[in-house]
Design a protein around this ligand. Structure first.
Ligand code: GLN
Length: 565
């Protein structure tokens, strides 16, 4: 994306700190990303930091039930899904250091203490932890992230959780001090709150916001802007009341009401003067032409038009299907691809255990409805996953797609189950399985990778971006990647297709068209003579962008919409 100018619009780093109150899940991440888009549209280079006040070093060991999807970065960082929002909105590439956790900060301070860096001193939350947090923020804020190798001009910092939590207290204190470290004019505090609507006339209630701002101010932070989540736009009376009680000018009380799609959020904030307020506070000029904003508007409006477009149904056979956050990047990648093929995307979630009759969820009614959904889909996707639950159902979904020539995309585990299915049903290897689900299967189709630790679970998978050279001159997936010689995509797995079986599998028509640089490890599969039967050992969803859908996902949507690849 082109920058408005290459001269620096600001002389010092600008920080926007986004905190939240009342309850979690208010869309702080989308607010932070949207503010980033607005700064970018003003010609600033923008990066982002997420603070997660939990003791885990990173999100890698947390279940998606607990935490939502684990997002994977180029450097192999397993991080909070908000970093995915930043990457997609700002079109940047972040590092593991852009996600600060309590675990990371304490770990670092304790290591320093052991080394003797604080010799003679009592190591304390203030100043040692709070200083470490500030040093960390400053360091990552200056790290180039947009691929041009230049330092950012602005950094959006999102503090996870809600203000007042015991966990976040050291971070709030560090951020309070931070404004004096970097200069108050270089910091803008934005607090996201909720305006519930009550009673027969639908009154917009301001009390929860009054309380959370009071709490924040009690901790020494005076917000410069309040972003108020509400169903419908804030009425003037509500805005004025919040302004009066919260010591924020009325124009800085911003309505973040429900909009037709998330790409409208930056536009909604822009229309209330958020960018001009930031420009005033930080002392930069708003350029007359803001291409990033124009592109963004175009995208948001295009997405709206798809409501009336022809539907394309994609069945996702997974195990966390009750919780859309668990598959956030997969959903985003499917959406991005649907924007390109101009279809209205309908995701039919299928609890894969119901396809098989494996658990209590697979009574005959849920079994039948799962199969009905699967059979009516235009395309089938099996996403990544861990553990045995629902595996047989996923294998059945892969079998159904292969036999009935339904477009199929298998991501990571989805490639592995397609391989198991192929071994069982095409090569006649009865009992073929992954050693993840059966320690001693009759045929080990998928095996534990030799270099992976058997004793340590945190950060020990095959992680991050690795190059995958294509080994076949012409195949659908290579065409989708624009004919490139290799792809760089992000990984997160412990198991791989058994290298000993590759020859037999390929001879029968399931070809691993991409392998790792050693030529041994299977990375991309494609089935001969099928409209689209593709699997990737990596997770292409993590690098998808609204205007540049991930190629394997685009292929699925194209095939599912009856387009030639
Ligand atoms: N559980 C499989 C593995 O570890 C697949 C992982 C995934 O889908 N991310 O290899």
């Amino acid at each position: 994306m082109a920058w408005a100018s290459d001269s620096n619009p600001v002389d010092e780093m600008k920080y926007v700190v986004v905190t939240g109150g009342v309850l979690s899940g208010l869309g702080k991440g989308v607010t932070a990303s949207s503010i980033g888009v607005l700064l970018k549209s003003a010609g600033l280079r923008v990066t982002a930091v997420k603070i997660d006040p939990y003791l885990n070093e990173d999100a890698g060991t947390m279940s998606p039930f607990e935490h939502g999807e684990v997002f994977v970065l180029d450097d192999g960082g397993e991080v909070d899904l908000d970093l995915g929002n930043y990457e997609r909105f700002l079109d940047v590439c972040l590092t593991r250091d852009n996600n600060i956790t309590t675990g990371k900060v304490y770990n670092k301070v304790i290591q320093k203490e052991r080394r003797g860096d604080y010799l003679g001193k009592t190591v304390q939350v203030i100043p040692h932890i709070t200083n470490e947090i500030q040093d960390w923020i400053e360091r990552v804020a200056h790290t180039p992230s947009d691929g041009n190798g230049k330092e950012p001009d602005a950094c959006v910092i999102e503090l996870g959780g809600t203000v007042g939590d015991i966990e976040s207290a050291p971070f709030v204190e560090a951020l309070r001090q931070f404004q004096f470290r970097v200069g108050q004019d270089n910091v803008c505090f934005v607090h996201v709150s909720l305006i519930p609507v009550m009673g027969p006339v639908g009154e917009q209630k301001t009390k929860p916001t009054q309380h959370t701002v009071k709490e924040l101010r009690g901790l020494g932070i005076n917000p410069h802007m309040l972003v108020c989540r509400s169903k419908s736009p804030l009425i003037d009376e509500t805005r004025n009341k919040i302004s009066a009680f919260c010591h924020v000018p009325p124009e800085a009380v911003v309505s973040a009401h429900d909009v037709s799609n998330i790409y409208q959020v930056p536009i909604m904030l822009e229309s209330q003067g958020v960018t001009s307020m930031l420009a005033d506070r930080f002392g930069f000029e708003l350029p007359a032409k803001r291409k990033v904003l124009d592109d963004w508007k175009e995208l948001a409006d295009h997405v709206d038009t798809l409501d009336d477009a022809e539907e394309v149904h994609i069945a996702v056979a997974g195990k966390y299907t009750d919780l859309a956050d668990s598959y956030l990047s997969v959903i985003k990648a499917l959406q991005h691809a649907s924007f390109k093929v101009n279809r209205k995307l309908v995701i039919d979630w299928i609890e894969s255990s119901a396809l098989d009759g494996e658990t209590e969820r697979s009574d005959s009614e849920s079994h039948n409805s799962a199969w009905k959904l699967l059979k009516s889909a235009d395309g089938i996707l099996v996403p990544g996953g861990f553990g045995i639950r629902g595996i047989e159902g996923k294998i059945k979904a892969a079998e159904y797609a292969r036999e009935n020539k339904i477009p199929y995309l298998g991501v990571c585990l989805g490639l592995q189950v397609a391989t198991i299915e192929f071994c069982r049903n095409v090569l006649g290897m009865e009992g073929a399985n992954s050693t993840e689900f059966d320690e001693e299967p009759a045929h080990a189709a998928v095996v534990f990778m030799p270099e992976i630790s058997k004793t340590h679970m945190g950060g020990t998978m095959r992680l991050g971006t690795k190059p995958t050279p294509f080994l076949v001159d012409d195949c659908k997936i290579r065409r989708l990647y624009g004919g490139e010689g290799h792809v760089d995509e992000r990984h997160r797995h412990r198991y791989e297709v058994n290298p000993e079986l590759i020859g037999d599998i390929e001879e029968a028509g399931l070809v691993y068209v991409g392998k790792d640089e050693t030529g041994e490890r299977c990375e991309i599969m494609e089935l001969d003579g099928h409209p689209y039967y593709v699997g990737t050992q990596y997770h292409p969803e993590f690098k998808s962008r609204p205007d540049r859908p991930s190629p394997p996902f685009l292929g699925l949507l194209m095939a599912a919409s009856g387009m030639e690849i």
